[in-house]
Design a binder for this molecule. Structure first.
Ligand code: ADP
Ligand code: MG
Length: 248
């Protein structure tokens, strides 16, 4: 059974694309065939984050124009044998139609165990249609109150449209502030957004270094452990959610 997971947020810069790449690397490492579909039109970045900048021959733009089949627009990630990407069109005004993207995602279910969809912040109407029909929506926020409120707005909209399968990722949590007990718990964030937590990711320079080099995270980094835990939870494994446990 394949699973389509959409990563989204209300605000930009919360780490959606970084989460897509690192979750992709993490699932692939566990032997799961994973495809990332980048829907942030005109703001392509995953080719760099996944180290395939020079390997991309075709992208979603070619598929939407009817020039090629989506399987031909798929690029293998060199650093991970089970990881593949369909890059966003470079043209910010490429014509998107939700039905076509939905049928592309569904067609790819045959070949992949996980399909991760990266979106732009707030998402335009047609991307929204694709996200709302995913098997799971990962709403991403940082601890910043503005960002948390925007996450709530997004989540409410998805609930209204009938998608109840949502989980929350809190990203960029400063481990030093947490250790100093200046951030005590995440209950307030979870209550405000109103979505069950699936993982907390530390603010970790390893993410910036890995994504700018186009490499997976080093195994000994805190962020690696956070993504490893999230990918296991996605498969139903019982991994402790506590950030304290992650930092210990
Ligand atoms: N956990 C993290 N720790 C440190 N930096 C991060 C983390 N997650 C994302 N970043 C950085 O934040 C910036 C925005 O991330 P990005 O994934 O592009 O966000 P989005 O796709 O939501 O716009 C990038 O510079 C990225 O390296
Ligand atoms: Mg992005």
């Amino acid at each position: 059974m394949s699973k389509i997971i959409a990563i989204t947020s209300g605000k930009g810069g919360t780490g959606k694309s970084s989460i897509c790449s690192e979750l992709g690397f993490s699932l692939a490492k566990q032997g799961l065939r994973t495809l990332i579909i980048e829907l942030d039109f005109g703001l392509r970045c995953l080719d760099i984050m996944l180290g395939v900048k020079n390997d991309v021959k075709y992208d979603l733009g070619n598929v939407l124009k009817g020039e090629i089949d989506v399987t031909k627009a798929t690029t293998q990630v060199k650093m991970a044998e089970n990881l593949f990407i369909v890059c966003a069109p470079e043209d910010p005004f490429a014509k998107v139609d939700a039905e076509t993207i939905k049928s592309i995602c569904n067609e790819m279910r045959k070949y992949y165990e996980y399909i991760i969809v990266d979106t732009s912040a707030g998402t335009n109407a047609s991307v929204f249609d694709v996200v709302e029909q995913s098997d799971l929506i990962l709403i991403n926020t940082t601890p910043d109150p503005v960002c948390v409120r925007d996450a709530r707005t997004m989540s409410d909209e998805f609930y209204k449209r009938g998608n109840k399968k949502q989980r929350l990722i809190i990203n960029k949590v400063n481990p030093d502030l947490f250790r100093a007990e200046l951030i005590t718990d995440f209950d307030e964030i979870i209550d405000t957004v109103g979505v069950q937590l699936i993982g907390v990711i530390p603010d970790d320079d390893a993410v910036i270094i890995a994504t700018s080099r186009g490499e997976p995270l080093p195994n000994n980094s805190l962020a690696f452990k956070a993504f490893d835990a999230i990918s296991k939870r996605l498969q139903g494994e019982d991994v402790p959610l506590s950030f304290k446990v992650l930092l210990s």
